[in-house]
Design a protein around this ligand. Sequence first.
Ligand code: FE2
Ligand code: FE2
Length: 379
Amino acid sequence: MARKPSRAGAATSRRTFLRTGLVVGAGTVGAGLLATGSPAVARASSSVITGDVDILRFLAAIEIIESDLWEQYNELGGIQDSEGLGGSGNPFYTAALQVLDGDMPQYIHDNTDDEFSHMTFLNAYLSQVLGAAPVDLSAFATLRGSVATGVNTAKIGKRLTNLLQLNVDTSWWERYRSTENPDLGGTFDPAVPTLSQPNGQFPAIPRDDTDTKGSKVKKPSTHLQAIANTAGFHFGFIEQGGTSLYPTLALQVTNAVVLRILLSIGPSETMHFQTWHDKAGNAPALTTTINGFTLTFPDLAGSTDPLLKANLIMPEPCDFISERLPECAIIRPTLDQFGGAVATVNAFTADGLFIGQSAAFFTTLMNLAKAADAAQRGC
Ligand SMILES: [Fe+2]
Ligand SMILES: [Fe+2]
């Protein structure tokens, strides 16, 4: 049997496509593909309704946001290679991340690569197959971001998302260990309560080189380890959002090909989440003060509480559809008031991810979200 190409080879060709095929004018290529494309593509595009386009456009926006934030993590903490994701790495921050797992730089790199592929594919499908307008948020990429050693200096002042002042909601940790379901009224306490205090605004990447001062590669400072721990839990927060968003919106999709897109990208978000869920549990216990706020990471690995114990990373069976039915191991939530488009924007906003963004940005994103949530499954 012929061997499949190596990941490195496949990734290189994907990155090449990224560089050359990112922005395509709406309608132009789409019209060509519709005229000359495969019967399956023509069939798919002719039956795609407005609601499906609205769902794909919101998902493209979310993937642009994910790409922006993951790119910032990758510049400082990911593997630096020929794939051209930018940055040169920060050895002190990378070492602090590797306290959670020696492979963190590889996982960060690959999560970043995946988000770029999601963003690029969705916009290409919208424009090239459906003849719909792709999503472009570049006008809002104006945030300063980190200036620490290792960032892509060409991107300073051109970030879409904020990673310097976060309030990370870590209730997903208990949610996946609990037998309760948020769709049926379940509520959950955060695993790291001080990380979600509303005014904490903790950095998840070094803001500048003062955040790495006093660190050694073999011994990160407590301050820098707290920043790396924050990132470790933020990775899980972001990817559990995608884990719920895709199945929630899939319930409103009409066209089978669009449904296939959501059912195929969504579980890759879950694969990311599961990886980060496992790694966050390795964040060392510590207490420090950042921005005047006490930040404590508890000893989750040593906990015996089934709602906190670090290695309980498989989804605990929980209530599903009805509390009268047997509990079932599932993704949750999947109802739109908790896991839908507007809920995702609200959660990312509460996270601090958009601190510094303009009113026009929020209006644009919320309009995309409301349109996606309003989509209704046809017949
Ligand atoms: Fe994604
Ligand atoms: Fe993701």
